[in-house]
Design a protein around this ligand. Structure first.
Ligand SMILES: Nc1ncnc2c1ncn2[C@@H]1O[C@H](COP(=O)(O)OP(=O)(O)OP(=O)(O)O)[C@@H](O)[C@H]1O
Length: 250
């Protein structure tokens, strides 16, 4: 579904990605791991279209999207989860999702109709609420949700774009154990629906529980792409990053 080929992104003298290559297969949850500063976020930004690579190629469903902008990629189904800062914090959870559904609709948005009166958008928003585990929270103000719930809503906003591949950058960051468990459950449910996911995550427990395959990025290069079992035993991965983290996740 996604082929990342020899991506290079330089910031001055630093090559944040330095010939990174890996692929994501349809229906899999693929995790991207690596030490701090390895280039994971820079890689995700290039895949989503937020950053232009200096060299290399990104192929999505057989189409070279390397020079396409973010909006075109989203239309094609390559969607990065929104950041919390793009929630409409003064609005309710339901209104956030209704607006996301309207924003992603094909063709010109019908702004002359009241968003609140759009039955189809409401129906889709209700289904998204249930999918991300916020069905009981529809009337709450988004800015007043707990951190973990805001991240669940953020996934809901991304799902409103009907992704074929959903990119998630550290969805468990800053969460307590209960919030993490809920997000892991949500990611597992999305995977069970058949959605393809690419996940950057430092929580090795979650990564090894959820991932079908794992790519390890070190100094801007993917040094191994394999099953969790093979990555766990991979000598170079253990040496570069995972020795201690893997023992803890066992
Ligand atoms: N806009 C930028 N300008 C200059 N240097 C940058 C920029 N963005 C990232 N870098 C540098 O590129 C390298 C890779 O950063 P990146 O954030 O992609 O790593 P990461 O693997 O996501 O790290 P972490 O796990 O800590 O989030 C780092 O050395 C970082 O300081």
């Amino acid at each position: 579904m996604l082929e990342v080929k020899q991506l290079v992104k330089r910031f001055g003298a630093l090559a944040a990605t330095d010939g990174a290559s890996f692929d994501v297969r349809p229906g899999e949850l693929h995790a991207l791991i690596g030490p701090n500063g390895a280039g994971k976020t820079t890689l995700i930004h290039q895949i989503s279209g937020a950053l232009q690579p200096d060299a290399g190629a990104i192929v999505f469903n057989g189409q070279d999207v390397t020079r396409q902008g973010m909006a075109r990629r989203v239309q094609a189904g390559l969607v990065r989860s929104f950041q919390i800062t793009s929630l409409f914090k003064p609005c309710t959870v339901r209104d956030n999702l209704v607006l996301a559904v309207l924003a992603r609709r094909e063709g010109a948005p019908s702004w002359w109709r009241s968003a609140r009166a759009d039955a189809a958008a409401h129906e889709q928003a209700e289904s998204l609420l249930a999918r991300v585990g916020l069905a009981g929270q529809a009337h709450r103000i988004a800015g007043e949700l707990a951190h973990g719930e805001q991240r669940q809503l953020e996934v809901g906003l991304a799902l409103a774009a009907r992704p074929r591949l959903l990119l998630l950058d550290e969805p468990l960051a800053g969460m307590g154990p209960d919030e993490s468990a809920r997000m892991v459950e949500l990611l597992q449910a999305l995977k069970d629906e058949g959605l393809t996911l690419l996940l950057v995550e430092h929580d090795m427990d979650a990564v090894f529980r959820l991932a079908d395959r794992i790519s390890t990025l070190v100094c801007g290069r993917v040094i191994a792409s394999d099953s969790p079992a093979a990555i766990r035993e991979h000598p170079e991965v253990r040496r570069a990053y995972l020795g201690d983290e893997l023992e803890a996740a066992r």
